[in-house]
Design a protein around this ligand. Structure first.
Ligand SMILES: [Zn+2]
Length: 343
């Protein structure tokens, strides 16, 4: 474990920096609409500042420099050696009555290939692109006839200029982009005329009872809601066919209750508790721990108690569901299907 990582104080205490250590323009241009209509800094985190665009509604961090493949591998090491369950965005697309079927599909950020397998089984001719070489290797072994490029979308466009697909999907990818306009232009480059895109992003309007540790730079740079996502896609020639916010379900409600019941006792009693993800990813790829820190007895006990506490939140969530539905609380996912309007 890097000593500098250990020097971080409580992982859940918001790090407010009084002054920015990097040179940031007072009013950076919005990376979605390009306008300079940004009012004030909404939040600071390490050397990053969060801004809101008063024209298109996007919230974005500045500065934005995406992690390279090496750091991405270290950030998501635990996810690179197993097949994850499908995410809600994947299921929304596979059930979407407006989506085309049995056509060619490129999944950008395919990870270890869970959606590639599901789309293949649904009749699509699938191809994946994954920046993380270890995840791409896992996916290509697992997905059989699927082709998986161990490349960013930008590199796929550069190396295979004639490649075109009927559908390009990018689930939980757009929020990571330093330059969403350039990313979408790369998507258009590999899309047939009149082609479809399907995506999901974390919904900024989701119900939160505390800090979401993964929603911080350099992991996520952009925070989208219904309005900013619609405006961004329509302004670039897409017709929105489906746009839906996932309602808060039982599992999400349990998660929010678990966050609301954070006491800070764990960190007080277990000094070797690993830093939270959002603090850990501030490290360089070399310094980031690739395996969990050695477990002390106290650490193991705290982890068992944490799992027990989370389990208790499920019956509580069941009891809370009528109130959650009445309030109209939103869950984590914002899903969209759109079609390119070609001239
Ligand atoms: Zn904007």
């Amino acid at each position: 474990m890097a000593s500098s990582a250990r020097s971080h104080e409580s992982a859940f205490s918001l790090r407010i920096q009084k002054t920015a250590s990097l040179t940031i323009p007072l009013n950076p241009n919005c990376p979605a609409c390009g306008l300079n209509v940004v009012a004030g800094c909404l939040e600071s985190f390490y050397s990053y500042k969060l801004f809101g665009c008063s024209s298109c509604g996007l919230r974005f961090w500045d500065p934005r420099a995406m992690p390279d493949a090496k750091k991405t591998t270290r950030m998501f090491a635990a996810r690179n050696a197993r097949l994850l369950p499908l995410e809600p965005g994947h299921r929304f697309f596979l059930k979407d009555p407006n989506a085309p079927r049995t056509v060619s599909l490129l999944d950008v950020g395919c990870g270890t290939g869970n959606f590639l397998i599901a789309a293949w089984n649904a009749g699509y001719a699938v191809t994946g692109a994954e920046l993380d070489p270890e995840a791409a290797r896992f996916a290509s072994h697992l997905c059989g006839e699927a082709c998986v490029f161990p490349l960013s979308l930008e590199n796929v466009v550069e190396r295979y200029p004639g490649l075109r697909f009927d559908v390009v999907t990018f689930f939980e990818v757009l929020e990571h982009q330093a330059d969403p306009s350039h990313f979408l232009s790369c998507v258009v480059s590999v899309l047939r005329p009149g082609g479809f895109i399907a995506l999901s992003v974390p919904n900024r309007a989701r119900w939160l009872t505390g800090v979401d540790p993964i929603d911080y730079p350099p992991n996520h740079f952009l925070r989208w809601d219904l309005s900013s996502l619609r405006g961004f896609l329509e302004s670039r020639g897409f017709e929105i066919l489906s746009l839906r916010e996932q309602p808060a379900g039982i599992a999400y409600t349990a998660q929010m209750l678990n966050i609301a019941l954070r006491s800070g006792i764990s960190r007080a009693f277990v000094p070797d508790l690993p830093p939270s993800f959002r603090d850990e990813i501030q490290e360089t790829a070399t310094n980031m721990p690739s395996v969990p820190a050695a477990s002390s007895l106290r650490l193991r006990i705290i982890r068992i108690l944490a799992r027990a506490k989370f389990a208790v939140c499920f019956p509580l969530a069941l009891l809370a569901m009528p109130y959650v539905r009445w309030k109209g609380h939103k869950g984590a996912y914002l899903y969209c299907l759109a079609r390119r309007k070609d001239p």
